[in-house]
Design a binder for this molecule. Sequence first.
Ligand SMILES: [Zn+2]
Length: 259
Amino acid sequence: MTEFTFETDAQHAPYNLAYLVDDRSYCYHRFDVDPAHDDGVVDPDTGRRDAPPDFGARRRAVVAFYGHRCGRCAARVDTGSDGDAEVAYLFSVADEDQDSWALRTLVAVCEPCYDLLSTDCTDRIGGFGDAYRRAPQFPAWTGDPRVAVERLPLTGREVWFSDQLRERVAVEGPTGESVNADAAADACLARSTPAAVAVALNEALVADERGPLSTATRRLSDQWESLADRERDAYEQRAVDAETVVGGGFEPCIDLQRA
Ligand SMILES: [Zn+2]
């Protein structure tokens, strides 16, 4: 198992529970998954790599490994259709096509987070409807840091929240490349904030919403409401317009040439 220290560091963060207990090899036997299919299967007609025949077993294994929670936002996910849980999707963090179906490279996510993470070019936005709008702006601390990306702000309120929270968060800069850089670079709706920072922003937001309220302080949501219309409009201009995906003031990870 990977050694870790309790420092706020993108490589060895204290929050990434699923990532720390990273030996998933037992899942192959328990869920009847065949390691020979870790690369998927090649369609003899098209030459394209496709999902392996034991996809269902892999999905059950990964969803169980993540405790039936989304690896990004911690919403309840399930492989069945009953209950109030979101439908579980599998997101692969593999490099290129290498072992993209290996259990260690798969993260169980809810539909909104899958939509956010897998929208890799502008013409695919809306491929699953607009589920990405329901994905929380920030990742949960219990999630997997490899998918701990910040969603691009879709409203002026979210832009303002992000600005305000950044002033409250003090995270030591990660020494190396952030563990979520690949996922962020491939998701045009995600912001390439280092994982530790993205998680810390969410914690700051939760603390603000749930913290004690004194007469001297107001919740951020109240402060936003008290801004002048002109100020709110200015922030609205900086929000991401999903139709055109132009993020004024932000640098979305979009390669417009690819679209
Ligand atoms: Zn989610």
